[in-house]
Design a protein around this ligand. Structure first.
Ligand code: F3S
Length: 410
C-alpha cells in the first residue's frame, strides 16, 4: 500500500503510540484486501460500545487508549448501549452493569467520541453527504448510508472504525471504490407493500437470495419514505451480508437498471421476482407464537424516527396495554425529546408503552430476558425477531403493530 507522507509519519509514531497502532491496524487491513492507498474519511460510527459486546478486554483496551491520550480526529458517534442510563434500575438492570457501561462510555467520551448511542445516527444529526468516504459499523446504518445517502463505507468492526476515527483514514477497498458499487442481482417486486413491516419482510426475503451480492430492486414506488427504505434495507444484513442495495428510480446511484448495474448484463439465474405469496410465507416463518403469548413487545429496531413514533401513537390512541405486557419502543434521545415536546410521548406512555432511548436488547446480557421473565417477544422488526430468538432463548411473533395491537390491549 502506498501511504502519503503524513500517513507514513503517523505509522512511524510521530503523532504518538495510539495513532501509530491505529495506522498499523489499517495498513494490515488494507493489505488483506489488497488496497493500494488510504482514503480520507469524513466521520466514523462505532459498534459495540457496551460492556456486553466489548467484554472486559475491550473495555480495558478503550481505557488504555483514553489514558494514552488517543483522540478521534473526525466526528465519531456510537451504536446503542446495554441499558438506559436514566431508567436502568426501573428496567431491572444491576448496578455492576450500569457502572461498567458508564466507565466504558467515559473512556470513549475522553477520546472525543460523541455518545449518541443509536443505530440510526443519521436521525440524530450525523448525516454524511453523497460520495463522502466514512468508516461506519452497524449493518443497518451502513445499508442506509451506502444505499440511501450514497456515502461510502465498508462494514467496519469496532477496532477498524476506531482506528479510522483516530487517523482520519480508511483503506481504499470494497465499497469505497466505484467498480464495487454496481448491482449484481435483479429483484422484481410484484407485491403490494402497505406499511414499514411489509418493506422489512421484502428485505428479509431478498437477503436470503442476495447473500453477499448487491441487489437492484425494481417495482418500488418512487414515493417510498425514508422510514420504509430503512425497513427495506435493514434485514438484508440479517439473512444476507449485503451492505449496499439499489432501488431503481429511488436511491441515488440507481436512476436506471443500466446505471445501477454499470451496464453489465444480469443473468436470468441472478434474477428473482417477489410476490405477495413469498412475503406471506416469509412473515409466517418468523413467528413461532401467537401475539397474545408474548409478554414483551419491542418496536423501533432500528431506532424509531419521529414519524414512526407518531404512527405508533396513532395506533395505540385511546387503548390501554395489558399490565402483564411490557412495551418498549426503542429510539434516540433527540427523537424522544422531540416526541415529548409534541405530545407524541404522552400519547404512547398514556397507553402504557415505554420509549427507551440509547439501548438495544441485543446489547443486553444474554440472561436478562430470562431473569425478567420475558418468555415471548412480539415485534415488528425481522432483525429483532431473528436475534432475540437466537440469543435470548425466547419465542417470537413478527408482524406490524396493527396486526397484533388487539392481542396486547385490555
Ligand atoms: Fe438497532 Fe439493535 Fe435493531 S442495534 S437495528 S435496535 S438489533
Amino acid at each position: 500500500m502506498k501511504l502519503s507522507e503524513e500517513e507514513q509519519a503517523m505509522l512511524d509514531g510521530i503523532k504518538g503510540p495510539s495513532v501509530s497502532r491505529a495506522m498499523e491496524l489499517l495498513v494490515a487491513l488494507g493489505d488483506c484486501y489488497e488496497a493500494d492507498r488510504m482514503v480520507r474519511i469524513g466521520s466514523a460510527h462505532l459498534v459495540g460500545p457496551n460492556p456486553v459486546t466489548a467484554g472486559r478486554g475491550g473495555t480495558a483496551f478503550y481505557g488504555d487508549l483514553a489514558k494514552e491520550g488517543a483522540q478521534v480526529t473526525v466526528p465519531t458517534t456510537t451504536n446503542p448501549i446495554s441499558l438506559d442510563v436514566w431508567s436502568w434500575a426501573e428496567m431491572g438492570f444491576g448496578k455492576e452493569l450500569y457502572s461498567a457501561q458508564i466507565s466504558l462510555s467515559e473512556h470513549l467520551s475522553r477520546m472525543g467520541v460523541l455518545l449518541c448511542n443509536t443505530c440510526t445516527p443519521y436521525l440524530a444529526g450525523h448525516v454524511p453527504r453523497f460520495g463522502e468516504h466514512v468508516a461506519w459499523g452497524e449493518s443497518s446504518a451502513v445499508l442506509y448510508l451506502n444505499s440511501v445517502l450514497g456515502a461510502r463505507t465498508n462494514r467496519e468492526g469496532a477496532p477498524s472504525a476506531l482506528a479510522a476515527a483516530i487517523t482520519g483514514r480508511s483503506p481504499a477497498y470494497g465499497l469505497h471504490l466505484d467498480e464495487n458499487r454496481y448491482g449484481q442481482i435483479l429483484v422484481e417486486n410484484r407485491s403490494e407493500l402497505r406499511n414499514d413491516t411489509d418493506y422489512s419482510t421484502l428485505g428479509y426475503y431478498i437477503g436470503k437470495f442476495a447473500q453477499d451480492r448487491i441487489p437492484i430492486i425494481t417495482g418500488i414506488t418512487p414515493s417510498i419514505t425514508a422510514d420504509q427504505l430503512k425497513s427495506l434495507g435493514t434485514p438484508l444484513a440479517v439473512t444476507g451480508s449485503v451492505a449496499l442495495y439499489h432501488v431503481v428510480g429511488v436511491t441515488p446511484e440507481a436512476p436506471s437498471i443500466e446505471i445501477a448495474s454499470g451496464s453489465r448484463k444480469i443473468a436470468a439465474s441472478d434474477t428473482i421476482s417477489v410476490g405477495s405469496r413469498e412475503l406471506k410465507e416469509t412473515e409466517a416463518s418468523l413467528s413461532a407464537i401467537h401475539p397474545d403469548k408474548g409478554n414483551l413487545v419491542i418496536l423501533g429496531c432500528p431506532h424509531a424516527s419521529i414519524t414512526q413514533l407518531k404512527d405508533y401513537a396513532r395506533t395505540l390512541a385511546g387503548k390501554r396495554i395489558r399490565k402483564e405486557v411490557e412495551v418498549w419502543i426503542l429510539s434516540t434521545r433527540t427523537t424522544r425529546d422531540y416526541a415529548a415536546e409534541t405530545g407524541i410521548l404522552e400519547a404512547l406512555t398514556g397507553a402504557g408503552a415505554k420509549v427507551v432511548w440509547n439501548v438495544c436488547p441485543n446489547a443486553m446480557p444474554h440472561d436478562f430476558f430470562a431473569k425478567q421473565g420475558y418468555t415471548g417477544v412480539v415485534t415488528d422488526s425481522p432483525k429483532m425477531a431473528y436475534y432475540v430468538t437466537a440469543t435470548k432463548g425466547v419465542s417470537c411473533y413478527y408482524g406490524s403493530l396493527q396486526s397484533f395491537v388487539g392481542a396486547i390491549i385490555r
